[in-house]
Design a protein around this ligand. Structure first.
Ligand code: HEC
Ligand code: HEC
Length: 391
């Protein structure tokens, strides 16, 4: 657990004013106060409520634009080799195709890189951390984290990195455009984190074929996808209990909610010791809470754009959607050889909604067609989210 204390210390140093640990609903508020906030382009349809934004970091276009440049900025790493985009590609809904990410110094990350689409609506951040409740807190992890090293910033190199960026006329101009009341005239890590959070918070999109179908457009999704949709929302398959709502995950929060729940589930992927153990490399929120029954509990990812984000699960251990569906149909994963041998179907902490079901080969294809209808092609082609250094 020491790794999280290390990050809390970074938070205190660099992001004074942003709460470093814990947080909670009292630090969040509904955006829309100032005129700059009202003019912010959330890229949201009218029926989606605004996300919750921390009062310390109100959104505006100038911050978003600075954040976009920093998101695609390789100089923002210890050895100049890695940006956020290195692991979060727009054409993959801001996920990547590796099972597990590789940091700037070559370290293998314990987990798979997540999609960043609509993460403004997340209740918590990363696969399994109930304490990370704002993007501002989360972003310190890839920048300064040591377990594993991602972008590799630290006490020794951070001033040189900052000086290099601050000397670039593009950043001088972007920072000059911030409407910040005087104290934000030079680039610093407080601004960098706020700007990155604003950019990521703005990566919203709800323009899949299923959205169009739900908004009343006929003939936009195939009959196969419609059948798959029925299965998805059925009490037989149970998918919607954990992947329901407008963002296709139960871990969703927005400004219309008074109470923010933070759900995590064990889906029976492992059972190393017949007592429910997951591989030591990544065991879910038990790593934070220390509670035995939290073994293997992870956040249900949004299934928007899931056809673009293979491989799947927190450790990228399932290659295809078909295999994911077969695993749920079996009520978990039985691994019969190798270091992770064990019957996840018998995991004592497995969620009751992952109990297995019968499904025909046709219906597996129908369910895949439905999951594919959640792909948002406007998002992956939207110049608003694209690399600003390339044109
Ligand atoms: C080395 C690859 C890598 C880099 C670089 C990286 N990320 Fe990530 N990102 C990941 C991985 C892996 C996860 C899952 C982390 C976990 O569960 O511990 C993740 C998770 C996230 C999440 C949480 C998403 C969710 O649904 O909870 C956000 C937000 C995020 N990254 C934003 C960023 C930003 C912004 C940057 C640049 C400052 C960045 N990432 C740099 C690999 C990377
Ligand atoms: C009890 C809650 C729950 C139910 C029910 C459930 N899921 Fe999940 N789902 C999760 C969690 C949690 C994860 C991540 C698990 C992990 O990585 O250990 C996940 C992961 C996934 C993924 C991988 C996504 C990614 O980005 O890696 C897919 C696809 C998926 N579920 C589809 C489904 C489908 C289809 C159904 C119905 C057959 C279903 N889920 C039922 C909770 C649930």
């Amino acid at each position: 657990m020491t790794k999280y204390f290390a990050l809390a210390a970074f938070a205190a140093i660099f992001v004074s004013g942003l709460s470093a640990c814990g947080g909670g609903s009292e630090t969040r508020y509904q955006t829309g106060g100032s005129s700059a906030e009202r003019q912010f382009d959330w890229n949201l349809p009218a029926h989606i409520p605004l996300p919750i934004v921390p009062s310390e970091n109100p959104v505006n276009e100038a911050m978003f634009e600075l954040g976009r440049h920093l998101f695609y900025e390789q100089r923002l790493s210890g050895n100049g080799s890695q940006s956020c985009e290195s692991c979060h590609h727009q054409n993959m809904a801001f996920a990547e195709s590796l099972e597990r990410s590789i940091g700037s110094t070559g370290e293998l990350h314990p987990r798979n890189a997540q999609s960043l689409v609509n993460v403004a609506f997340n209740t918590t951040y990363t696969w399994a951390n109930p304490a990370l409740v704002t993007l501002e807190q989360q972003i310190l992890v890839p920048l300064f984290g040591e377990f594993p090293v991602e972008q590799g910033l630290n006490e020794d190199n951070k001033n040189a990195v900052l000086a290099e960026l601050d000397a670039d006329p593009i950043y001088q101009q972007l920072v000059g455009e911030l409407d910040s009341g005087g104290d934000n005239d030079v680039l610093n890590f407080n601004i960098i984190v706020k700007a990155l959070a604003t950019f990521v918070r703005g990566i919203n999109s709800f323009s899949s074929d299923t959205d169009r179908y739900e908004n009343g457009e006929a003939n936009v999704i195939s009959n196969a996808a419609l059948k798959g949709r029925e299965l998805f929302f059925s009490e037989d398959l149970e998918c919607f209990h954990c992947h329901g709502g407008y963002n296709f995950t139960d871990a969703t929060a927005d400004s219309s909610q008074l109470f923010v729940d933070t759900p995590f589930h064990n889906t029976g992927l492992y059972n190393l010791d017949d007592q429910g153990a997951y591989p030591e490399i990544s065991q879910g929120i038990i790593e934070i809470t220390g509670k035995a029954s939290d073994m293997g509990r992870f956040k249900a990812p949004s299934l928007r754009n899931v056809a673009l984000t293979a491989p799947y699960m927190h450790d990228g251990s399932i290659a295809t959607l078909e295999e994911v569906i077969r695993t749920y149909a079996a009520g978990g994963r039985n691994i019969s050889n190798g270091p992770n041998t064990g019957d996840g179907r018998a995991n004592p902490f497995r969620d009751g909604f992952v109990s297995g079901f019968d499904i025909s080969e046709d219906d597996i294809q129908n369910l895949i067609a439905f999951l594919e209808s959640l792909t948002d092609f406007e998002l992956i082609n939207n110049p608003r989210f694209a690399n600003p250094w390339e044109n």
